[in-house]
Design a binder for this molecule. Structure first.
Ligand code: PLP
Length: 395
């Protein structure tokens, strides 16, 4: 017997659930890519992306995924042989660093840990040692989608300033933009990147980069520039150049709709909604954890992300069995553990187009699975979650 029917529910950290309005926005003919309507669509999106990143800098839209945006950032700002410092806190900054190494960049990893955030004091200490300023850029993720950590980007920005170092500060916001506060200019970030398919409720296929004036100056002498990614080639008045070719018309319609919905909700409310629903998940996980088998991956409660929760399963229990149950029996797809957490963990994403029934439903299905598979867990998780949310969301 299964109780699976209708839509499969994705509780994975990307691609995420897309609103029906976003899906419908794509169901129309293509635009003449040289028309005024097309130019206006692009201009509105570039303006709103800079608003999302909270920067006066320039935004760029690529037909790519997050990996493409990583390469866009690196190729526009660095030269072969340049050194960069990668701040480890899970999988994704390391992945960005791997791309850099493959491009001929000299990559140093500031050793971190899968179970905690980057420590700004360690960043400052490492940069102080670099008296000759050989490090040209510092790269980090705001949220690491594998470990479930949130890094304090403002504090890392202050640490770089305190070390009086001129390395570019480059931040991956793929799993956080639109869901959690991000203040590119105020936090001293020079380059930020993101993707369409996580918090931004849009199909996979668009990648975004924002660069401030300092980064664009450094860009002038970057040796790794190639035509498709090159900011300068995209900056001219000719619209066709903005995408280095044909515009991804339908994805742009989808993004326009998603951003309209986000701004209509207001960013403040989106951030609060994500926080409350993340806290709801964490209340449930805390309760399950009382029996010792289930455990948060991120040890410090203050370092757990509001967009994804990574949950370890100890004592030889198999997270794949739980994932299978939730999917096959109930149509809920949980995130799988990746990197060093593969086979040891599962993830619940709570980013983008999410609401109380989706999150409470997901938690209920996970608990069904824990029961059905006789995986030890503390009791009352759903009750605690509902009680928490009802106290936060008053009549
Ligand atoms: C998903 C993700 C990426 C990679 O994005 P793709 O679109 O899969 O290439 C990069 N960084 C973070 C933090 C992510 O969550």
């Amino acid at each position: 017997m299964a109780v699976r029917a209708g839509r499969e529910f994705l509780a994975i950290p990307g691609p995420t659930t897309m609103p029906d309005e976003v899906l419908r926005a794509m169901h129309r003919p293509a635009l003449d890519i040289y028309s005024d309507a097309m130019v206006q669509l692009t201009d509105s999106l570039l303006r709103d992306l800079s608003r999302l990143f909270a920067t006066k800098g320039q935004s760029y839209i690529y037909i790519a995924n997050g990996h493409g945006a990583w390469e866009a950032v690196l190729s526009n700002t660095l030269s072969r042989g340049d050194k960069i410092l990668v701040l480890e806190s899970g999988r994704f900054a390391i992945g960005w660093g791997d791309a850099a190494a493959a491009m001929g960049i000299d990559v140093e990893v500031l050793k971190g840990d899968l179970r905690r955030a980057v420590r700004p004091t360690e960043v400052e200490a490492r940069l102080r040692q670099d008296a000759e300023h050989r490090i040209k850029a510092v790269i980090v993720v705001q949220v690491d989608t594998a470990s479930g950590v949130v890094n304090d980007i403002a504090a890392i920005g202050r640490a770089i300033k305190a070390a009086d170092h001129d390395a570019l500060f480059m931040v991956d916001t793929v799993a956080s933009l639109g869901c959690m506060p991000f203040e590119m200019d105020a936090w001293g970030v020079d380059v930020a990147m993101s993707g369409s398919q996580k918090g931004l409720m849009t199909p996979p296929g668009l990648a975004f980069v924002a660069a401030n004036d300092r980064a664009r100056r450094v860009h002038q002498t970057a040796g790794l520039r190639t035509p498709y990614w090159d900011w300068t080639l995209r900056e001219g008045s000719e619209h066709y150049r903005k995408y280095s070719g044909t515009a991804p018309v339908h994805l742009l319609y989808a993004l326009r709709q998603a951003l309209d919905m986000l701004f209509e909700e207001t960013l403040e409310n989106s951030f609060l909604r994500h926080r409350l629903l993340a806290q709801t998940v964490r209340r449930a996980v805390e309760t399950w954890a009382q029996a010792g088998t289930i455990e948060f991956n991120i040890s410090d409660a203050g370092e757990r992300s509001d967009t994804v929760t990574t949950i370890r399963m100890n004592n030889g229990y198999d997270p794949a069995a739980l994932q299978r149950y939730c999917n096959v029996k109930c149509g809920v797809v949980l995130g799988t553990g990746i990197g060093d957490l593969s086979g040891k963990s599962f993830r619940i994403a709570h980013m983008g187009h999410i609401n109380a029934p989706m999150i409470l439903g997901t938690l209920g299905v996970v608990e069904m699975g824990l029961d059905a598979l006789a995986i030890p867990h503390g009791d009352g998780a759903l009750e605690t979650a509902v009680k928490f949310l009802s106290e936060q969301v008053r009549a």
